[in-house]
Design a protein around this ligand. Structure first.
Ligand SMILES: C[S@@+](CC[C@H](N)C(=O)[O-])C[C@H]1O[C@@H](n2cnc3c(N)ncnc32)[C@H](O)[C@@H]1O
Length: 341
């Protein structure tokens, strides 16, 4: 890299493009550190790359170069004795609940390889994930338990911060029972119940997902108010809810599959029950919005899309719902509320 490339003041547009093009330099270095568990290995004090390489069976000088590069981004810090220690950013890689480790691993493995074939998706309109891995993502996960567990955990890493924002923005206490359709590891419905002691919940997801979530949920403080139901939302939905909430479900699918999910909910919903689709709503214009790239993840991974308010309105109408309002939150997601027509 020459001096000009390194100087954002000299050539801001060129530098910005260069940095964008090289984003994977950082993401793959982060992936290696997460995969090797470096944060946990230095949690009790800083260590040299040689010490870390001995434990992880890596090549010391090369590991040193990766950690030095990450330290230049604030992930780990090297001291005067060439030992690497934790920083606030590196702590996000610790193997503990709520960390970003699973997200970094998932991004560095399947997502990285599927994104490598983005051009295939743009050429065909089909998800490159299935092209690379030989099966649609949720079928692949049902046959790869370790990756599936990582996926459930990664969802909390990616979307976890949205939970508090959606609970702040919307009154869940008005409902007797909230059904979380495709609720994954149950952290969303669990938090809704923790914050609303009079509400009952139903977690609905594929049987293997629900069974992975069961041990932690049965030990939680909301266990007596939370029912776990395994099944496919393409076949049916549990009855008895006052609200049918689905966060980051509809964006995983194109309209035909989304309509099937919504119609299965409509079939069991009482006339006064509410539909709560929690997803990003794409804003018009060129402004930055996290969801515009999450949309590319939907293109490549499951084969779905982020939608505008008009697109949600049309989808709701086709499934027999009326879109009643869009409640914004302080996070990238909004609550798109509907009722049966
Ligand atoms: C993007 S994740 C969202 C998880 C959770 N709602 C959240 O916001 O963190 C999509 C979820 O849909 C679930 N899912 C996929 N296909 C399903 C199906 N056919 N029936 C029920 N759930 C399904 C997945 O297991 C996964 O938990």
């Amino acid at each position: 890299m020459d001096q000009a490339q390194n100087s954002s003041a000299a050539k801001p547009a060129q530098y910005a493009i260069f940095e964008m093009a090289c984003g994977y330099w950082v993401s793959q270095s982060l992936y290696v550190a997460a995969k090797l568990g470096i944060a946990d290995l230095v949690a009790d004090g800083p260590k040299t790359a040689e010490e870390l390489a001995a434990v992880t069976k890596m090549h010391g000088p090369s590991l040193h170069r990766v950690l030095r590069a990450l330290a230049s981004k604030g992930v780990f810090a090297e001291d005067g004795e060439h030992r690497f220690g934790l920083t606030p950013a590196a702590e996000c890689l610790l193997n503990r609940p709520g960390s970003q480790r699973a997200m970094v691993l998932m991004m560095g493995e399947e997502h990285y390889r599927a994104y490598g074939e983005l051009l295939y998706s743009v050429e065909t309109g089909k998800p490159s994930f299935a092209h690379v891995f030989g099966a649609p993502i949720f079928e692949y996960l049902s046959n790869h338990p370790a990756q599936a567990a990582l996926f459930d955990e990664a969802m909390t890493g990616i979307h976890g911060a949205e939970t508090a924002a959606m609970i702040d923005a919307y009154d869940f206490a008005q409902f007797g029972t909230v059904v979380d359709i495709g609720g994954g590891n149950g952290t969303v419905i669990r938090t809704v119940l923790e914050k609303n002691p009079n509400v009952q919940g139903i977690l609905y997801d594929m049987p293997h997902v629900v069974e992975r979530a069961r041990p932690a949920l049965e030990k939680s403080s909301v266990a007596s108010r939370l029912k776990l139901v395994g099944g496919s939302f393409f076949e049916s939905a549990p009855s008895g809810g006052d609200a049918y909430m689905m966060r980051h479900i509809i964006h995983d699918w194109y309209d035909p599959e989304s309509l099937a999910i919504l119609k299965n909910c409509a079939a069991v919903m009482r006339p006064d029950a509410k539909l709560l689709v929690i997803d990003a709503v794409i804003e018009p214009g060129n402004g930055p919005q996290f969801s515009k790239f999450l949309d590319i993840t939907m293109l490549t991974m499951p084969g779905g899309k982020e939608r505008t308010e008009a697109e949600f309105r049309e989808l709701f109408a086709a499934a027999g719902f009326q879109l009643t309002r869009v409640v914004k939150t302080t996070s990238p997601v909004s609550i798109v509320e509907g009722k049966k027509r």
